[in-house]
Design a protein around this ligand. Structure first.
Ligand code: ADP
Ligand code: TMP
Ligand code: MG
Ligand code: ZN
Length: 187
């Protein structure tokens, strides 16, 4: 049996979660057993569902760390492993994806490839390296309306500072999609 890793990346609002949901739905139509996970930290729209910015939802298991995913997949029979917001997990998530694909399963992960500073974010860049299929989506730049590849963090309406903490859960009140030209970080 042939396994693989599919990686969906891009800035916020690019449609990563919608695309993950679309792939999960289609796998379910094909009668495949899908296990969906998200990290507990992402409680923006729903505590217990994977939810997109425009309200699309699917059921999922909410986990605190990669080990919980390992424990879960060890005792369940499944064909597809799907993980949203992969940037919130530690390095161990890479091995879990690799070993699962090695066992002949289909792995679908989505997450941010860059943080608000425009730098490679956590584990998604490494998953892009080892994955078979990489889909890099763009949003619409809030300023110039061209394709957006970056996420602008705003603090009281102003560009965030380079030294601000990397992790800050949020949506429209703190983040917008921007292109390379319009993206700003204050030193
Ligand atoms: P992601 O998980 O990548 O942040 P979602 O799949 O949750 O994205 O949401 C994508 C949806 O966000 C789009 O279909 C659209 O309805 C909405 N949206 C809001 N702002 C933008 C934007 N600037 N560019 C594109 N889509 C946007
Ligand atoms: P999204 O990609 O589904 O829109 O969700 C991204 C989440 O990541 C959102 O809760 C905001 C958070 N985030 C950070 O913690 N740090 C960052 O640098 C960026 C860009 C987003
Ligand atoms: Mg999302
Ligand atoms: Zn722009």
């Amino acid at each position: 049996k042939w396994g693989s890793i599919e990686v969906i990346v891009g800035p916020m609002y690019a449609g990563k979660t919608e695309e993950l949901i679309r792939r999960v739905n289609r796998a379910q139509i094909a009668d495949l057993k899908v296990l969906v996970f998200k990290p507990v930290i992402d409680s923006r729209y729903s505590k217990d569902k994977v939810t997109s910015h425009n309200g699309k939802q699917i059921e999922c298991q909410v986990v605190e760390n990669p080990q919980e995913i390992l424990d879960y997949i060890a005792k369940e029979d499944f064909d597809v492993l799907a993980i949203d917001e992969v940037q919130f997990f530690g390095e161990e998530i890479i091995n879990i994806c690799q070993e699962t694909a090695d066992k002949g399963k289909r792995v679908i992960v989505s997450g941010l490839d860059m943080d608000f500073r425009g730098e490679p974010f956590s584990v998604a860049p490494n998953l892009m390296a080892v994955g078979e299929y990489v889909t890099k989506l763009t949003a619409i730049c809030k300023v110039c309306k061209m394709p957006a590849t970056r996420t602008q963090r705003l603090v009281d309406g102003r560009p965030a500072r380079y030294t601000d903490p990397i992790i800050m859960v949020g949506a429209k009140e703190s983040y917008e999609a921007r292109c390379r030209k319009c993206h700003e970080v204050v030193e």
